[in-house]
Design a binder for this molecule. Structure first.
Ligand code: DGI
Ligand code: FE
Ligand code: FE
Length: 200
């Protein structure tokens, strides 16, 4: 018997998310499952993290902040300025309290899916990438190329996604969270190191 009732989780998300968000949720879950097959992650964990990653997204910014305060979830300065950044942290809390997920790796994949973090676990990387490349996403640039690379070199895909995200945030004059920046630098250095070793 499986530990998770995936169909039930999907039903729960269908109830609380609008049509477009729910289609995105399904897309992330299936894409995360495909990446799990490619890289040797537990498929079910990828599905569950994918289904629940935006479970706090249907709440308003005010509600997200008030719930974080109520449940003593730390709010950084940049999260105060852009409360939607908190939907990962609050999502992980709800995944545990409301949807019964105990696995820390799944909870972390939900917690860090927006900013990423340096030295992510395989599951965290998979959910971060699936969120960006799932089939319903249409607006980001270089998507075809990123989708191809995601199945060839997971760290290279991370690096490109983070670079594109930072460039988009700079262009639209949005406040950049330190974690997003640190994550980019981590995977940029990792890529340089890999290329250096290869050429030696
Ligand atoms: O919840 P989704 O829309 O599916 O995707 P997401 O959780 O990755 O959120 C995407 C948005 O988050 C996207 O518009 C970029 C933004 N984002 C990522 N890092 C940062 C950020 N926004 C700010 N202000 N600062 C960041 O560092
Ligand atoms: Fe999200
Ligand atoms: Fe998402």
């Amino acid at each position: 018997m499986s530990e998770y009732d995936i169909k039930k989780l999907m039903k729960d998300m269908k109830k609380c998310q609008d049509k477009k968000r729910f289609q995105h949720t399904l897309g992330v879950s299936y894409t995360a499952a495909a990446l799990a097959m490619r890289y040797g992650e537990i498929i079910e964990n990828a599905q569950v993290a994918g289904i629940l990653h935006d479970c706090a997204k249907c709440l308003t910014d005010t509600k997200i902040v008030s719930m974080c305060e109520k449940h003593s979830i730390d709010i950084s300065d940049s999260e105060r300025q852009s409360p939607y950044l908190l939907h990962g942290k609050l999502g992980a809390f709800l995944a545990r309290e409301k949807y019964g997920v105990k696995d820390e790796n799944i909870l972390n994949a939900i917690r860090y899916h927006t900013t990423g973090r340096p030295d992510m676990s395989l599951l965290e990387k998979i959910v971060f990438i699936a969120d960006y490349i799932e089939p319903q996403r249409k607006t980001a640039v270089h998507l075809d190329e990123i989708r191809r690379i995601a199945f060839l070199d997971i760290d290279e895909a991370l690096c490109i996604i983070l670079r594109e995200t930072l460039s988009y945030l700079k262009k639209s004059d949005k406040k950049i969270d330190r974690t997003t920046e640190q994550t980019y630098h981590f995977y940029q250095s990792l890529g340089k190191e890999k290329r250096r070793r290869k050429s030696n």
